[in-house]
Design a protein around this ligand. Structure first.
Ligand code: BG6
Length: 366
């Protein structure tokens, strides 16, 4: 798992670089998408279905798509999709995200979507996997084989692919200008370097895991696009260290979870801020207000913050910094300290971090 966490800069580079060009600014994924641009222009809605960590990538993708492509996006658990008798059909695209390409729930969901007339695009990490073969279009995460049961490098690569797909569809539909596309491509190409920067925080994450080793319950918090990252941080900790953790929208704690918050329940809060984005600054002000309130309740906060954010550092009990990045790309950086925290917690407990009890890499039965 540690090897795969540290392979993320390479996985991001190999997933992004072959698909983008700067002179001229463009994306080279039409032949993978395989759905005619005329059909993409007719789309009315996008559905995303997946399981586990892949579904968290889907929720990040929902925020990215709704920003770059002016279309409604719905995300569903693959295992729930067919129970919802989904009202989907033509002029819809169903994106199926799956590392293994073999998860039975997700295969079933894709078949259901096809039966109802939806076009499907698979995002998979395994060449010619069942789900990849049955999709209209296939976009591979070039993360290399992911062996550890808890998904890390495939997850960040999935988010990168979702961004590329959203940028492509947004460009085809005229929602994204050439200048905007160029700006995003430059930021995407700089992500592997930023991911390397975050990995240098590994010793700090190890110290935090040691400091909190006796804790049996955590709350992971995040707003907007950061909420699915809070959920995945909680899932990683549960999966590999068997410590209970829950991911929650930060703004929702006042409607219930606040009753849990005291000195015995540490809070891991994603409190990053893109200073160039007024929406992000507004959200960050709310994060700071929440941190102040939790401190009054004797809550202890481990914040994931943006480099240079002295205000969050002064307020939180612990801070792990990640480099400044546009909010739509920050999830690919924010998840790394949470992966490391989960990994070190499991190792400190002497657990088999790569093969956690009761879990398998790909659940082949529904
Ligand atoms: C679980 C794995 O069994 O399946 C998770 O432990 C994974 O890591 C989930 O996110 C979905 O798997 P896949 O291969 O469809 O992404």
């Amino acid at each position: 798992m540690l090897k795969e966490i540290f392979e993320q800069p390479k996985a991001l580079a190999e997933t992004i670089a072959p698909r983008v060009s700067l002179e001229p600014a463009g994306l080279r994924i039409a032949e993978e998408v395989r759905i005619p641009q005329s059909e993409l222009r007719e789309l009315k809605r996008i559905n995303i279905v997946a399981s586990g960590t892949s579904r968290h990538a889907g929720i990040v993708g929902q925020h990215i798509f709704q920003e770059l492509v002016r279309l409604p996006v719905e995300v569903d658990y693959a295992s729930e999709f067919e129970n919802r008798n989904p009202l989907i059909g033509r002029a819809e695209l169903t994106i199926v995200i799956t590392q293994s390409g073999e998860t039975a729930d997700t295969t079933g969901a894709q078949r259901e979507a096809k039966k109802k007339g939806s076009r499907t695009i698979a995002i998979s990490n395994v060449l010619n996997s069942t789900i990849a073969r049955e999709a209209d279009g296939v976009l591979y995460t070039n993360a290399g084989p992911e062996i550890s049961i808890a998904s890390t490098k495939a997850f960040t690569a999935q988010m990168a692919v979702l961004f590329l797909l959203a940028a492509y569809i947004g460009s085809v539909r005229g929602d994204l200008s050439k200048e905007q596309l160029r700006g995003w491509i430059e930021e995407l190409l700089d992500l592997p370097r930023k991911a390397d920067e975050v990995l240098k925080q590994a010793p700090l994450c190890q110290r935090l895991a040691e400091h909190f080793r006796k804790i049996e319950d955590f709350l992971f918090l995040g707003r907007a696009i950061h909420y699915p990252i809070a959920m995945d941080g909680a899932l990683k900790l549960k999966e590999v260290s068997y410590v209970h953790a829950e991911g929650y929208p930060t703004g929702e704690t006042k409607h219930g979870p606040n009753a849990l918050i005291d000195e015995h329940l540490p809070l891991v809060m994603i409190a990053t801020c893109d200073r160039n984005d007024p929406g992000s600054v507004r959200r960050h002000e709310k994060d700071l207000a929440n941190i102040r309130q939790f401190k009054e309740q004797s809550g202890r906060i481990i914040a994931i913050a943006t480099e240079g954010d002295v205000e969050t550092k002064a307020l939180a009990n612990e801070v792990v910094f990640v480099p400044q990045a546009p909010e739509l790309l920050s999830p690919m950086l924010e998840i790394i300290p949470l992966q490391l925290f989960a990994y070190y917690t499991a190792v400190i407990k002497g657990l088999d971090v790569d093969r956690p009890r009761n879990l398998v890499k790909s659940v082949m039965q529904e």
